[in-house]
Design a protein around this ligand. Structure first.
Ligand code: FDA
Length: 305
């Protein structure tokens, strides 16, 4: 039943006409529970609300796979607008970007140019930018670009996925750059040639990566909704006298809200990943596919938004 529901929502996530329709009609079917707004200006009040509850944020303009140079420039300008709005509204917010939306599949020089423009503006306003990690075929390219940018900018980080066999080596290779890394399990469908097929191995590897990166003394964002991972991080930090200034937890907007608030109450830094934008439909369907429980909570809001 669970697999059926997952496949159904994954199928819906790829439906082009529904996607088109969704863009025309704005956030529907309870999507506002997991998406901040259809543009950044409409997401500001959501972020202020989270900030008022002690939660910091990172915001993500939805939409990947941009195919033309002009579109990448448009995305860059929109990202800069977001950064300027964060500064103007004094939001406790960072941004997250996907390099495919800035030209990763077109030309690496173009991505560098777009990212330099974004990071220069972000640096001016003290905003940190995380480069999300996409599928395995784009991992090396993303890391190469990150390494190049990191030599010029301090306000950039990236993501390492524990399902990939290569990831502990990547952490070791990056450590001399003193990187701020978000550590996750990984969200894409990958083959057993490059990624652990068993969940237990993915979980164990994430724990190892958290240990490695914290022991290296580098800032660690543990992005997981999994109590087992959260408790492991707390205990490892406690037993090894690792300051709470050296790590934070991250979760998606609308997921485990009470747990997010509990972590704040316990004195941990908790950052909420808030997606926004017109391209909300695929993201929303993927969240429904991930967890059948999400369907129930969204169904309640279906007729309200
Ligand atoms: P997982 O899905 O493995 O679930 C483990 C357990 O946690 C469940 O059995 C349940 O007990 C609990 N749980 C999970 N979700 C829950 C919920 N909603 N409510 C209650 N309990 C729940 N991926 C990627 O490839 N590139 C990236 O750049 C990012 N970026 C990113 C940022 C942030 C802030 C987050 C939170 C995640 C990502 N990811 C990502 C996604 C990540 O790789 C992963 O796919 C998801 O976080 C799911 O894995 P979890 O560790 O959260 O729990």
């Amino acid at each position: 039943m669970e697999a059926l529901s997952r496949n159904f929502f994954l199928y819906l996530s790829k439906n082009k006409s529904l996607n088109k329709m969704a863009k025309r009609y704005g956030l529907k079917f309870g999507a506002s529970k997991v998406v901040g707004g259809i543009d950044f200006d409409r997401t500001v009040s959501v972020i202020k609300n989270l900030n008022n509850r002690g939660l910091c944020t990172t915001v993500d303009h939805l939409g990947e796979f941009v195919n033309s140079v002009d579109e990448t420039r448009e995305r860059t300008a929109q990202e800069i607008h977001t950064i300027q709005t964060i500064a103007k509204e004094k939001l406790d917010a960072q941004t997250s970007v996907k390099l495919t939306s800035l030209g990763l599949d077109i030309d690496h020089h173009l991505v560098f140019e777009n990212m330099r423009n974004i990071l220069t503006e972000a640096q001016k306003h003290g905003v940190f930018v995380t480069i999300d990690m996409e599928d395995e075929v784009r991992c090396q390219g993303t890391l190469d670009i990150f390494k190049g940018l990191k030599t010029e900018f301090d306000n950039v980080g990236t993501v390492i996925q524990s399902y990939l066999y290569r990831s502990r080596d990547d952490i070791n290779d990056l450590k001399k750059l003193l990187p701020n890394l978000r550590l996750v399990k990984g969200a894409y469908k990958e083959s057993a040639d490059v990624a652990y097929p068993d969940k237990k191995d993915v979980d164990d590897n994430l724990k190892q990566m958290i240990k490695d990166h914290l022991t290296n003394g580098n800032y660690t964002a543990v992005a997981s909704h999994d109590d087992q991972i959260i408790n492991f991080t707390k205990q490892f930090a406690e037993e090894n006298n690792i300051s709470r200034d050296l790590f934070e937890f991250q979760m998606l907007y609308g997921m485990r809200t009470q747990t997010q608030l509990d972590l704040v109450k316990q004195g941990y830094k908790m950052r909420v990943y808030v997606p926004y934008g017109n391209d909300w439909y695929g993201y929303f369907m993927r969240r429904l596919a991930e967890r059948p429980a999400n369907v129930a909570f969204v169904a309640k809001g279906m007729f309200r938004s």
